[in-house]
Ligand binder design. Sequence first.
Ligand code: DX5
Ligand code: ZN
Length: 228
Amino acid sequence: MEVKLSASILAADFARLGEQTQEALTAGAHWIHVDVMDGHFVPNITMGPVVVQALRPLADAYGALLDVHLMIEEPERYLDAFARAGADILTVHVEATPHLHRTVHRIKELGKKAGVALNPGTPLTWVEEILPDVDLLLIMTVNPGFSGQKFIPSMMPKIVRARDRLQALGRNIWLEVDGGIHPHTVGDCVRAGANVVVAASALFNAQASITENVRRLRAAIEKALTPA
Ligand code: DX5
Ligand code: ZN
């Protein structure tokens, strides 16, 4: 099973966004994760379609997917804008829209991959009926809003159950984890069945270069996948 590393630019130096994203991709990150926050669904405000548009040429140059995580109320209002800006995957929170089925199908109509995300306190059963229609399931391993928070270990059984559900469906649906992913937490997640891991502060920090951080995270993933 190939595990994708999705580099969340939320912890990057925004004054050097292109350069830092490029370093992450050169070092071996597979996708670019864009965290969109509206100050309502989550307490923070971040970025919008212009950032997706600005990163599109870089994603093309590296064959990377633009993995857009919408932490916004009523995400259906902005799907067209993010699709036009060049997103590949549009992930919406089940807690943020009363008409999840319509929203997911609108994303597909726009020709994009559709993802659904669950906050830590939201049960997996909330996506039971929509799972067959989606391309990606995102299990949040922190409460969304900020990078640099601590991984919530009690999410592990949820990841395991999510993998079982996806297995039972027999479709290739990505299982993504996001929040507090570091070399010491990523192993358990991939062993539990996650095949997309998002990392912000583990990649963009003052302790080491982005290149070295990507290497460490990928090494931890490889180790977890290597039979003992
Ligand atoms: C949290 C965001 C995450 C965040 C992860 O609300 O959805 O993508 O950037 O940050 P780290 O990897 O630092 O926990
Ligand atoms: Zn995210």
